[in-house]
Design a protein around this ligand. Structure first.
Ligand SMILES: [Ca+2]
Length: 462
């Protein structure tokens, strides 16, 4: 009986929701690019910002090793057992499938025992450094949505750099340094992501958290995407509106999570002691069983589908846009300059569709601004650039845009776009004793509903 009542309520909700179009049934996912609505002029399309779902991006990458012949087994060699450095009769032989450790074993399905893994040659040329670059290429800009996780089968390296490229491998920037001794290896003070803040979230740090020696049990290295999101969306990523607001207004932040390639630079294998044991150099090598990279194609909020065809990812562009990233207007749709979609206003964003060219009326209208140009994350000094306007970047919750540099928020709200409840900052939301009850009653239920809806998606979809 309860089930049938639930189903009828659910059916009613679906009916009400359909009538209430244009909002898609699920808010905050940006999974619909357009929907038909009824207006006084009849049926018309309503366009909204949209993006592909977050997915396992290792299915679409190409892997390259440098030096190319660094994988063990050609010629066959022996190495010491993991965890027992004095049992050195294990064999790696590239020509025998059971004894081979090729690079693709870093990306196969891991769930059986024992793990499958890639393994390098051993450090037999010591003291010449044993260094390996592992490059992962997508030939497409992608946006990372979850932690990069590298699982070692050997000890975690004493020194390693994770790097990223935004231009298909032409130039590289460090993402994070990893070392047992940051000062010694990279002349950097050790830090962890927890030491960062909203204002320093883009800082490149060296961490000692993941490099503790040869014999430790933990084999995992993270690059912490979610901890960085949490500076804006809260520890459980509930306040995604705030994160979306920041990603929209701060190009540098968005670019930080965007890559075309990643490069893992293994600079010194796990030694775990002060001196390298020169009599047993077969103890030292790199072995990786799994690499996880979650993300989505970057389609500038103009597509929900990204197809993999001929070993290449391409956005299926909507909103009259075209190009691998939907980065320009289609021919005959250049009536105004191309612009990416916007996450704001929540929940369905702004599509910024390309409109038909007006070839008969001279020059097309010029847009004042296409993308907000905040040059740093110092949002406490918003005079640096446009923060809001009345077209693309709306102040939320009844805030008004003041000279394009800041939102004037109602008393109950705060944040760069008035997206945050002031009571959240003081931790008094929902408290009966809160003096600003009126504001609470107006604001909290609406925001909590939004937070709940977004929260269901936050584990996978950012
Ligand atoms: Ca594997």
């Amino acid at each position: 009986m309860y089930l049938s009542r639930f189903l009828s309520i659910h059916a009613l909700w679906v009916t009400v929701s359909s009538v209430m179009q244009p909002y898609p049934l699920v808010w905050g996912h940006y999974d619909v690019c357009k929907t038909q609505i009824y207006t006084e002029e009849g049926k018309v399309w309503d366009y909204m910002a949209c993006q592909p779902e977050s997915t396992d991006m290792t299915k679409y990458l190409k892997v390259k090793l440098d030096p190319p012949d660094i994988t063990c087994g050609d010629p066959p060699e022996t190495f010491c057992a993991m965890g027992n450095p004095y049992m050195c009769n294990n064999e790696c032989d590239a020509s025998t499938p059971e004894l081979a450790h090729p690079p693709e074993l870093m990306f196969d399905f891991e769930g059986r025992h024992p793990s499958t893994f890639w393994q390098s040659a051993t450090w037999k040329e010591y003291p010449k450094p044993l260094q390996v670059n592992i490059t992962l290429s997508w030939s497409k800009t992608i946006e990372l949505t979850d932690n990069i996780v590298i699982t070692f089968e050997s000890g975690r390296p004493d020194q390693m750099i994770l790097e990223k490229s935004l231009d298909y491998g032409r130039t590289w920037q460090p993402y994070q340094y990893y070392a047992t001794d940051c000062l010694d290896a990279f002349h950097m003070d050790p830090k962890s992501v927890k030491d960062l803040s909203q204002h320093t979230v883009l800082e490149i740090i060296c961490t000692e958290e993941y490099s503790t020696g040869y014999m430790t049990n933990s084999k995992i290295i993270h690059f912490e995407i979610k901890d960085r999101f949490a500076f804006f969306a809260g520890p459980w990523l509930r306040n995604m509106a705030s994160l979306y607001g920041q990603l929209d207004t701060t190009k540098k932040l968005r670019d930080f999570f965007t890559v075309t390639d990643l490069r893992i630079r293994l600079l010194r294998p796990a030694v775990g002691e002060i001196f390298v044991d020169e009599l047993h150099l077969a103890r030292y090598f790199y072995a990786i069983s799994d690499i996880k990279v979650h993300g989505r194609c970057k389609c500038n909020l103009h597509a929900t589908v990204c197809v993999y065809d001929n070993s290449k990812l391409t956005c299926e562009c909507e909103h009259n846009t075209t190009g691998p990233d939907c980065g320009k207007c289609k021919k005959n749709y250049q009536g105004r300059p191309w612009s990416p979609g916007s996450y704001l206003p929540i929940p369905k964003g702004t599509a910024n569709t390309c409109i038909p060219s007006i070839s008969s009326i001279g020059n097309p209208p010029k847009s004042n601004r296409i993308w907000p140009n905040i040059s740093s994350l110092e949002v406490s000094n918003p005079k640096q650039a446009n923060v809001c306007d009345n077209e693309l970047l709306h102040c939320q919750n009844g805030g008004t845009c003041h000279n394009n540099v800041r939102c004037l928020c109602p008393a109950a709200y705060t944040g760069i776009l008035c997206e945050k409840l002031r009571c959240e900052e003081s931790g008094s939301c929902g408290s009966d004793s809160d003096s600003d009850q009126g504001a609470l009653q107006r604001g909290c239920p609406q925001l909590l509903l939004l937070a709940a809806l977004l929260g269901t998606a936050s584990s996978l979809v950012f």
